[in-house]
Design a protein around this ligand. Structure first.
Ligand code: PLP
Length: 384
């Protein structure tokens, strides 16, 4: 190979490209073995698939680290497993975690219902209020957690002022960038210390694997890996193989997700039935200017506010033919869900309204079908 650093599409296919030896498989086989023969008397690390050192787990983590521009990465059994262990790796009893209030419902549940049991306090700030981050830092603050783009309002958070506060106070800045994937956003280049991702979504991309990933410094990933072994959170080798296969098409899938998201959002913005359309690629989105510089693409996620509230939503959803009413996102097929019944179920209607998710809000994950067919399905469901 030339000495040129490979681009993200090449990294997604190959990792660092290498000449294949004669007669070796072009595609790495699944190493469906829990254990490996250990040299007698050897003090070398034992190979055991719960330890995350099965070849499929190792290859996948190496490729993902390259895509994020990280020293190291590790895959876990789910996105929640990744979020939980990344936080347990930095937080101790008595510590305080400062978090954005616009986060995935499961993450909110983890912070509110579980971290307290470890003596960790969590408080929340509106992530767009730059001065609030600094004002909310306590003596005991140890880490900052931000999700961007946010679920489901698609706000794109400017990480620079938050990274500045985290550097100034010596905090770990952890960013869940599931909605962007490393093709659209690389948080480490913007000052984050740790990237967390639900690999269930765009990284795998085919709605057939639950997995999560954490990327960061080698020493941080070593600590997450230590916890992964003890808390039993490693990814299964077969799942790792599937995610690695998904990654090979990540760049081209994201290209289509980005194009479809933009087409669908533009169409929806012109329809009277929608009171609001949330998509960072639309000029009236509050973060459009920032998103245009920070993101390589605006993504496939679109927030739709249907007029007529929950009754209108039910009528609409029952008429859809191709777009499936299902939770999750980032797969090749278009999915639609109601955050009030899924990711944000734990919040009261008032709490949801306050963070911009009124009843009637629909979260659409545009797949990689033809944009005209996604729009056609939505259009007929509006009763046209
Ligand atoms: C889905 C999701 C998670 C949780 O991931 P799982 O793989 O379902 O455990 C975390 N953060 C975000 C932003 C998500 O969309």
């Amino acid at each position: 190979m030339t000495t040129r650093t490979p681009g993200p599409s090449t990294l997604a296919v190959h990792g660092l490209p290498q000449r294949h030896a004669d007669w070796t498989p072009v595609v790495s086989p699944i190493v469906q073995s829990t254990t490996f023969v250990h040299p007698v008397g050897s003090a070398e690390e034992v190979l055991y698939s719960r330890y995350g050192n099965n070849p499929n787990q190792v290859d996948l983590a190496r490729k993902y680290a390259l895509l994020e521009g990280a020293e190291a990465a590790v895959f876990l059994a789910s996105g929640m497993g990744a979020t939980a262990l990344a936080h347990l790796a930095v937080l101790r009893p008595g510590d305080h975690l400062l978090a954005s209030e616009w986060i995935y419902g499961g993450t909110r549940g983890l912070f509110d219902d579980e971290l307290g049991r470890f003596g960790i306090e969590v408080s929340y700030v509106d992530p767009t209020q730059h001065r609030l981050w600094r004002k909310s830092v306590r003596k005991s603050t140890r880490a900052i957690f931000v999700e961007t783009p946010t679920n489901p309002t698609l706000r794109v958070i400017d990480l620079a002022p938050i990274a500045q506060v985290s550097k100034e106070f010596g905090l770990a800045l952890m960013v869940d960038a599931t909605f962007a994937s490393p093709i659209n956003l690389r948080p480490l280049a913007l000052g984050a210390d740790v990237v967390i991702s639900s690999a269930t979504k765009y990284l795998n991309g085919h709605s057939d694997v639950i997995a999560g990933a954490v990327a960061g410094s080698a020493s941080f990933i070593e600590e997450v890996t230590r916890l992964m072994r003890l808390w039993g959170q490693s990814i299964d080798p077969h799942a790792a193989w599937l995610v690695e296969r998904g990654l090979r098409t990540l760049a081209v899938r994201m290209e289509r997700h980005n194009a479809n998201g933009l087409d669908v959002a533009r169409w929806a913005a012109a329809q009277d039935e929608f009171a609001a359309v949330h998509y960072p690629g639309l000029p009236d989105h509050p973060d459009h200017a920032y998103a245009s510089t920070a993101l390589a693409g605006f993504g496939g996620m679109v927030g739709l506010e249907l007029r007529g509230g929950t009754r209108a939503v039910e009528r609409f959803l029952k008429k859809l033919k191709m777009v499936a009413h299902a939770t999750s996102l980032g797969g090749v097929e278009s999915l639609i869900s109601e955050p009030r019944l899924t990711s944000h179920k734990a919040l009261t209607p008032e709490e949801r309204a306050r963070i911009g998710i009124p009843d009637g809000f629909l979260r659409l994950s545009c797949g990689i079908e033809d944009a005209a067919d996604i729009i056609g399905d939505l259009e007929q469901a509006l009763g046209r």
